[in-house]
Design a binder for this molecule. Structure first.
Ligand code: KIV
Ligand code: NA
Length: 267
């Protein structure tokens, strides 16, 4: 049996070999990503990508648990991290512990992720000291879309830098084993990577970060959200449409199912 990667393994990769991460929500995708990724994130982006929600705020703890279990069934080597959804951890460190413990015990995943900087540092320290590995998330935080007012990049003028660097350093000091840094100007990402003690995993950040993550459906071309930082490695949406078009026309022409796809009588 292969030993599954742990939060500790990821933490040891500061300034080392880049950490390869992607999101996964379902078993068959997780199984295919597992050989190539150090970490698979069950992101609350699933609310938008799988369920068509306008933002991530409506995602529930139960959705995260069900998809977390699905990913754990498909991935055997990567560290699986589950996103804590909006409203499940912000109220108090006790609420956070209760819900994070439920997520880890019901999914078997190895860590949780939560959004927030200085304001979440005390909660992160509380969780880490009690056996819950935490992946941080600073910079653009999609659960704060209503107060920030959109998904624009952060830190594109130097006067915005200090609070974001302070956030990253506060949660590193609190014990986050690594931190996702989303949607920031590349020079700020470089500076944060240099000035934090834990690995920084970039998305819309910089290739000098200690690792990278993308939403899998984005990089496969299966989701219409297309910010600057998404490189589309294929156009899966286009390929699906072409396949469905072929199926529909074969059904109408009665050429599917051909003999090859039907059962013969026994002798
Ligand atoms: O929900 C998600 O997929 C994420 C990643 C984009 C980091 O938080
Ligand atoms: Na997320």
């Amino acid at each position: 049996m292969v030993r599954r990667r742990t939060a500790k393994d990821i933490a040891a990769r500061k300034s080392g070999e880049p950490i390869v991460c992607l999101t996964a929500y379902i078993t068959p995708m997780a199984a295919r990503l597992d050989d190539y990724c150090d970490l698979l994130l069950v992101g609350d982006s699933l609310g938008m990508v799988l369920y068509g929600m306008d933002n991530t705020l409506g995602v529930t703890l139960d959705m995260m648990i069900q998809h977390g279990r699905a990913v754990m069934r498909g991935a055997k080597k990567a560290l699986v991290v589950i996103d804590m959804p909006f409203g499940s951890y912000e109220e108090s460190k006790e609420q956070a512990f209760r819900n994070c413990a439920k997520v880890l015990s019901e999914t078997g995943a190895g860590a949780v992720k939560l959004e927030g900087g200085i304001e979440m540092a005390e909660t992160i320290a509380f969780l880490v000291k009690r056996g819950i590995p935490v992946l941080g998330h600073v910079g653009l935080m999609p659960q704060s879309v209503n107060s920030y007012g959109g998904y624009g990049a952060h830190g594109r003028t130097e006067n915005e830098w200090q609070p974001i660097l302070d956030d990253a350093q506060a949660i590193a000091a609190a014990g986050a084993f690594a931190t996702v840094l989303e949607g920031v100007a590349a020079p700020l990402a470089d500076k944060i990577t240099e000035k934090t003690s834990n690995p920084i995993i970039g998305i819309g950040a910089s290739n000098k970060c200690d690792g990278q993550i993308l939403v899998t459906e984005d990089m496969l071309g299966l989701f219409s959200f297309n910010p600057k930082f998404v490189k589309r490695y294929m156009e899966l949406g286009t390929e699906i449409v072409a396949s469905v078009e072929a199926y529909a026309s074969e059904v109408r022409a009665r050429t599917f199912p051909s003999d090859e796809y039907t059962y013969k009588m026994k002798d």
